[in-house]
Design a protein around this ligand. Structure first.
Ligand code: XIL
Length: 293
């Protein structure tokens, strides 16, 4: 495992260790051990590190949902938490997912930034503004502040909503575009219609570049539709397209796959969504990536 990391990866993220549940297990306490552990693992191997995340509706600390009023959240809880985490992790962070999955489709707590259609800003975004303005205050000047989400990257309503939320943050939290980024999680499937085309990704990245913002591929995994060598080659081709879109864009500096090998993957080994199989052997997608490095 260590071998795979050392030879293939030069950029890392904690899968769970920097989530709010882990970093503030009881209100007001700071517990950065797990998050710092991944950061120092990366640094010791000459890899850079990104922060994921200061807010997600999932993996929240158990004390939070239900016990905090909206105004307490905006005025106290979010600013204190974001400051604590971002300051505590220091400057050696390429980007922070300040907000994870706020554009979307559920009834999650405290509520996402759009309704299910992905186009309509229905909630009060003041907790988003509070998080971003706090992040701007405490992050180092070259750490990008990201909005990170899934099922984005195409010419679709949810991606349009991401741009709308980004503009809202720029306007109402006073975060300059050259500090902002959009993270495209990219949990996709190797099947027609289940991923974004290279040209759609490139168009979105160019739109962000025109604003002065960055584009990041933050959590790529590509689930196989069937366990066949044809689908493994399809997976490799899609992987190559996503990487090309990033390499050819001057504002795409981060490209991360979620989980290093199939047996460790959150989607399960059967999804075979990563670059390395359950024995740690390189799959066609890994060769496709290696050919571009
Ligand atoms: C997942 C982790 O991989 C799992 O270990 C955990 O149980 C749940 O969260 N989008 C995200 C990530 O932003 O934080 C999620 O990670 C995967 C989906």
């Amino acid at each position: 495992m260590t071998n795979v990391y050392n030879t293939f990866f030069n950029h890392m993220v904690a899968e769970n260790g920097c989530k709010w549940q882990s970093t503030e297990p009881s209100r007001g306490t700071s517990s950065l051990t797990a998050c710092l552990g991944v950061q120092s693992y990366a640094t010791a191997r000459g890899a850079s590190f990104r922060g994921h995340n200061t807010f997600w509706h999932s993996q929240l600390p158990s004390w939070l949902p239900g016990s905090v009023t909206a105004s307490d959240l905006v005025t106290n809880v979010i600013p204190q938490h974001v400051q604590q985490e971002i300051q505590g992790m220091g400057s050696n962070v390429t980007s922070w997912d300040v907000m994870n999955e706020i554009v979307g489709d559920g009834n999650d707590w405290p509520t996402k930034a759009s309704d299910g259609s992905g186009t309509n800003l229905v909630t009060d975004l003041s907790f988003v503004h509070a998080a971003f303005s706090t992040a701007l205050k405490y992050a180092s000047a070259d750490t990008r502040l990201a909005l990170n989400d899934y099922n984005t990257g195409g010419n679709d309503a949810k991606t349009a909503c991401m741009f709308a939320v980004l503009a809202d943050i720029n306007a109402n939290a006073a975060v300059p575009y050259d500090r902002l980024a959009v993270g495209f999680q990219s949990h996709i499937t190797a099947a027609p219609g289940q991923f974004s085309s290279k040209s759609a990704l490139a168009a979105n990245f160019a739109k962000l570049a025109a604003l002065g913002a960055d584009a990041l591929i933050t959590e790529l995994d590509i689930k196989l539709n069937s366990a066949s060598s044809a689908d493994e080659r399809y997976q490799a081709a899609i992987w190559g397209d996503y990487l090309d879109a990033c390499l050819y864009a001057a504002n795409c500096f981060e490209f991360i796959n979620w989980d290093a090998r199939d047996d460790l993957s959150w989607i399960g080994a059967a999804g075979a969504g990563t670059l390395f199989d359950t024995n740690g052997n390189a799959k066609p997608a890994a060769y496709e990536v290696a050919a571009r490095l």
